[in-house]
Design a protein around this ligand. Structure first.
Ligand SMILES: NC(=O)c1ccc[n+]([C@@H]2O[C@H](COP(=O)([O-])OP(=O)(O)OC[C@H]3O[C@@H](n4cnc5c(N)ncnc54)[C@H](O)[C@@H]3O)[C@@H](O)[C@H]2O)c1
Length: 270
């Protein structure tokens, strides 16, 4: 159900959501649309993106654009902003949600250079590249905006077998803090959400691999009860992440800066 009281919060604003074809990105895009934003949904996966964009467009006709994008490809990122600049109907993209992310599970002692490289290429370099090009685009237009990054509660409560993933999400929290200081003079506010285990494709992969690496004996359904917020005994709903991300992207969050907000039912509360 749309939150009526905030339904025009993003009226006149345009958000770019990376990794929007499924999971948390799709949910975040959905909430932003409900709250009046135009959304550019970008992802590597063309078929899934087509399907999701069609679904989102049904919800908010005329407010959704899709763009196949690999956040590791700097030229493609630049191309996206040039494409958006040529189409007046899109408006100025003034919200960036750096949601695209990958994870690979493997025992630490079994070196996996490819996993290290891709995790940092997408989760860290991707965030840096898209944020830098977005910031330059806004600065050239003398306009402020918001960046919301996807960290993870895994950076404070690390999961075994995901060493480079956990580290990449710690890096995202740190990048968020740094950029909030450096981009503040340009009117760009930078924050992050750090979800707990949320019901997505990535989570299912993580549970299946962890079970296998632990030698089996547990099924995914059991994991679904125990991986999420302990007090709630359920997984995080992607929409719950969307609601917090939308808040951080909004003008209501203008005094919240450089923060990484845990969206994990209190699991990492100090
Ligand atoms: N699901 C969770 O429990 C959880 C918890 C904390 C943080 N996160 C973070 O939230 C974000 C979304 O995760 P999710 O669970 O929805 O994962 P997901 O795998 O379901 O979706 C991720 C999306 O990102 C896209 N993507 C991957 N690499 C890309 C690239 N190079 N360029 C463009 N798009 C790319 C994928 O195609 C996919 O559509 C990630 O950054 C993830 O690390 C997820």
């Amino acid at each position: 159900m749309p939150h009526k009281e905030f339904s025009d919060e993003f009226s006149g604003r345009t958000a770019l959501v990376t990794g929007a074809a499924r999971g948390l990105g799709k949910a975040i895009a959905g909430v932003l649309l409900e709250q009046g934003a135009r959304v550019v949904a970008a992802d590597l996966l063309e078929d899934a993106l087509d399907k999701t964009a069609a679904e989102l467009s049904e919800k908010a006709p005329g407010s959704v654009w899709k763009r196949v994008l690999d956040v590791r490809d700097e030229k493609a990122v630049q191309g996206l902003f040039e494409w958006a600049s040529r189409d007046d109907t899109i408006g100025t993209i003034d919200v960036l949600v750096n949601n695209a992310g990958v994870c690979y599970a493997h025992p630490f002692i079994e070196q996996d250079e490819a996993a290290y490289e891709d995790t940092f290429a997408v989760n860290v370099y991707g965030v840096l590249t898209v944020s830098r090009i977005f910031a330059s685009y806004l600065i050239a237009r003398k306009q402020g905006g918001n960046i919301v990054n996807l960290s993870s509660n895994a950076y404070r409560r690390p999961y075994a077998y995901f060493v480079e993933y956990n580290a990449s999400k710690a890096a995202v929290a740190n990048i968020t803090h740094t950029l909030s200081q450096e981009l503040a003079p340009y009117g760009i506010n930078v924050n992050a959400v750090a979800p707990g285990a949320a019901d997505t494709h990535m989570l299912r992969y993580s549970m299946e691999r962890t079970i296998a690496l632990d030698g089996g004996g547990v099924d995914v359904e059991e994991c679904r009860k125990t991986w999420g917020p302990r007090q709630l005994r359920r997984l995080v709903d992607p929409r719950e992440v969307g609601l917090v991300a939308a808040f951080l992207a909004s003008e209501r969050a203008r005094i919240v800066r450089g923060q990484t907000i845990f969206v994990d039912g209190g699991d990492t509360a100090l």
